[in-house]
Design a protein around this ligand. Structure first.
Ligand code: 1GP
Length: 241
């Protein structure tokens, strides 16, 4: 059907901002699904992302099945590894870690994923994933054994995003890392957005309505938030429809 990307692209063109709630199966208690999803459904969230750097095999599949019982929001996989691919979701961000120089995360794992994907109904969305330093070592950095791009190196960040677009990627995901102390700056987001003709996702360390607005006003088409909801579900109260 391939409707998820078209929807993101259409909203980006129309200036309608999107919000994805990231659920890390490794940190989420399945018995809390109903209570948690009720809050998601009552909020301005438009998408649910599911994924994490390290998740036990089979856990994502069980979690997505449970989520599907309680929400009509699109469920998009944001996988740290091939084992997190489940056909029960709607789409998959086919992430290539463009900020790093580890071939496994640029193309290696992608080749290995094909046996699972070629007969899959999942909508596969090629996504350039760019990790930017956040003042602390993040899980992505550790798991992928790559270095993030320095915040001050805006030209390199912009050129990396543009290279992703020229390679044919449909989305660029600018990532400060889960639990980042400070989210990405407006300058980084604005500079990247001004060079891109594809939708821009921004995540990492966003934990207030003001920070969401800042990311949107700087050019993010979609904001992703995970840790802030893991730490305090009352944040949903500020984000009611
Ligand atoms: C992480 O960008 C996402 O990959 C979300 O980050 O957990 O800091 O919200 P947070």
């Amino acid at each position: 059907m391939n409707t998820i990307y078209k929807n993101i692209q259409g909203n980006s063109k129309a200036g309608k901002k999107l919000l994805a709630i990231l659920i890390d199966p490794d940190k989420f208690l399945i018995e809390n699904t109903f209570k948690f999803i009720k809050k998601v459904n009552q909020s301005i969230a438009t998408h649910i992302f599911v994924g994490g750097s390290t998740v036990d095999e089979g856990v994502t599949d069980v979690l997505v099945s449970e989520l599907k019982k309680h929400t009509n929001l699109p469920i998009v996989l944001f996988p740290g590894d091939i084992t997190q691919i489940t056909n029960k979701a709607d789409a998959l961000l086919f992430l290539s870690l463009l900020s790093g120089r580890n071939p496994e995360y640029l193309i290696g794992k992608h080749v290995k994923a094909i046996s699972k994907l070629k007969a899959s109904p999942l909508e596969v969305i090629p996504t350039g994933y760019i990790l930017i330093e956040s003042g602390k070592i993040t899980a992505v950095e550790e798991v992928t054994n790559t270095k993030p791009i320095l915040r001050k190196d805006i030209e390199n960040i912009v050129d990396t995003a543009k290279a992703g677009q020229f390679l044919g990627m449909k989305l660029i995901y600018l990532e400060a890392g889960s639990g980042a102390i400070k989210p990405l700056t407006s300058a980084i987001i604005e500079n990247v957005k001004s060079e891109l003709q594809i939708p821009l996702i921004v995540g990492g360390g966003i934990k207030s309505k003001l920070q969401i607005e800042n990311a949107y006003n700087s050019g993010a088409d979609m904001v992703v938030i995970g840790t802030a909801f893991e730490n305090d579900e009352s944040f949903f109260d500020e984000l009611k429809k």
